[in-house]
Ligand binder design. Structure first.
Ligand SMILES: *Cc1c(COP(=O)(O)O)cnc(C)c1O
Length: 482
């Protein structure tokens, strides 16, 4: 007895059967992911299928799912595949996928109100606080990713230094003099955060790195002194735990000491590297992170939670509230009833409507436990050492950066190496065998393999080396024609 306008199925039995088929199809896909190419070029007709007019009439769920299976599923970037080694992409898990499905069914809006989904998010924030050794009174919030969490870090620091009235008055009066510092290897989202915060990306000083690709702290101290001498106001140091190009970890203890002495704030971009805290073998290398004022990191990278699940952790939640709360009549809080439970997540960041990212993260942490997640993380670092070893024992290849965590940068030594190695990477992608990305180190193009996926094994790295040699020989004979 459905009303005319409902979007619920008229036949729940049939819908349920179709739903079970869809679940089986995607589980089959994950179970047999290794048998597929990592990535494949997108045929023109597949791309063209996504240029159709607005669908005004209905279609059968089964038919639309069929289109998904044929035209969407095979043409994603393949970061669930063990051969995916590009950029820094998490592999996801079947548990996270199921939790995402449950969250979709619940359709919770985590902007506010008194509801257990927000308690789940607070629970994850509390776990993050415990993991990073932050004091009681810390605040945490799910965001899309570390790009957004870095922006929150800059905004909280800005409000902490200029005072909450700067939120009304704007930056005009003071912004020109505030300066922030990060290493030249810092992620691009940090300069963007300063831009978006109205401080301008010119306010970011990119400090040179040392031979290990970590921030040169002596150069940092000189840069701060020079800005002070010029009448500017240093306000924020940004350390990186796991640089995006080679996986270097800045000396966070030293940064915390400098931040204390200079009375500036310390924010850590730990997008993928911060969760190394879960691996006992790696955690000591993050020493000093517990002294930061805020940390940005992603559960969707090394934490293997499906996209997206970025997180912002701040030492003093009062400052986070000062930076973001904005009373509105329609968001009035009460002591009882559904409008209780203030402050709400919408007081802690820029979003009002927010999805239930916490649920897939909570399921992942509960079902696997942090020890297994930490073993998966450490496992990717051990694989990186294996790959380093394979590169070093192969005369045609050379290593281009120290292997600090899970990222290996290397290249084929052939003629015109920048063009050759770019060709090799494109050929690797098109072969579907392995998918590293590239970066430029000291002006040299590197093949960059970032092992993030818990499914990756030695045989995947052997396949990468074999195919690199094969395509290296082929591309050298026919440059650009691979
Ligand atoms: C991935 C990454 C980011 C950006 O994180 P998103 O989740 O993609 O927004 C920032 N910093 C570093 C070091 C990263 O590796």
């Amino acid at each position: 007895m459905n009303s005319q306008h409902t979007l619920d199925p008229s036949d729940w039995e049939a819908f349920r059967a179709q739903g079970h088929r869809m679940l089986d199809d995607i589980l089959d896909h994950l179970e047999h992911i290794r048998e597929r190419p990592v990535w494949q070029p997108i045929p023109d007709e597949v791309r063209a299928a996504f240029r159709e007019p607005l669908p005004r009439a209905p279609a059968a769920l089964a038919d639309v799912h069929e289109t998904f299976l044929r035209r969407i599923l095979p043409f994603a970037v393949g970061n669930t595949h063990p051969g995916f080694l590009g950029w820094v992409h998490g592999g996801g898990t079947p548990v996270g996928m199921l939790a995402e499905m449950l969250a979709g069914g619940l359709n919770a809006n985590l902007g506010g109100r008194d509801q257990i989904p927000i308690e789940v998010e607070r629970q994850v924030a509390e776990w993050a606080r415990e993991l990073f050794g932050f004091p009681p009174g810390a605040g945490g919030l799910f965001v899309t990713g570390t790009s957004m969490a870095n922006l929150l870090g800059v905004l909280v620091a800005r409000t902490a230094v200029l005072g909450p009235e700067s939120r009304q008055k704007g930056m005009a009066a003071s912004a020109g003099s505030l300066t922030a510092y990060a290493s030249a290897a810092a992620h691009g989202s940090i300069a963007r955060a300063l831009d978006l915060a109205g401080l301008g990306s010119d306010a970011l000083r990119l400090v040179p790195t040392d031979s290990q690709h970590c921030i040169d702290t002596a150069a940092l101290e000189r840069a701060i002194a020079a800005d002070r001498a010029a009448g500017r106001t240093p306000f924020l140091l940004i350390g990186t735990a796991g640089t995006v190009d080679v996986g270097a970890i800045d000396d966070l203890t030293r940064l915390a000491e400098i931040a204390d002495r200079e009375a500036v704030r310390l924010h850590v971009d730990g997008a993928y590297g911060a969760l190394a805290m879960l691996a006992p073998e790696l955690a000591p290398r993050l020493r000093g992170i517990e002294r930061a004022q805020s940390i940005a990191f992603d559960f969707h990278k090394w934490g293997q939670v499906p996209y997206d699940a970025g997180f912002f952790l701040v030492r003093d939640r009062a400052l986070q509230l000062a930076a973001f709360d904005s009373p509105a009549a329609y968001l009035r809080r009460e002591a009882r009833g559904m409008a209780a439970g203030s402050p709400w997540p919408c007081d802690l960041g820029p979003d009002l409507s927010r999805g239930f990212r916490a649920l897939k993260t909570w399921f992942t942490l509960k079902v696997y436990g942090t020890e297994a997640l930490g073993r998966a993380i450490y496992g990717t670092c051990r694989l990186a050492q294996y790959l380093r070893h394979r590169v070093e024992e192969t005369p045609e290849l050379e290593l281009l950066a120290p292997v600090s965590l899970n990222i290996v940068c290397f290249r084929h030594r052939g003629e015109r190496p920048d063009a050759l190695n770019a060709d090799i990477v494109a050929a690797l992608h098109e072969s579907g065998i392995a998918a590293p990305s590239t970066t430029t180190l000291n002006g040299r193009l590197a093949i960059r393999a970032a092992i993030v996926n818990h499914r990756t094994e030695r045989r995947d790295l052997d396949a990468l080396i074999d195919a690199t040699l094969k395509f290296g020989a082929r591309c050298a004979r026919a440059p650009g024609a691979s």
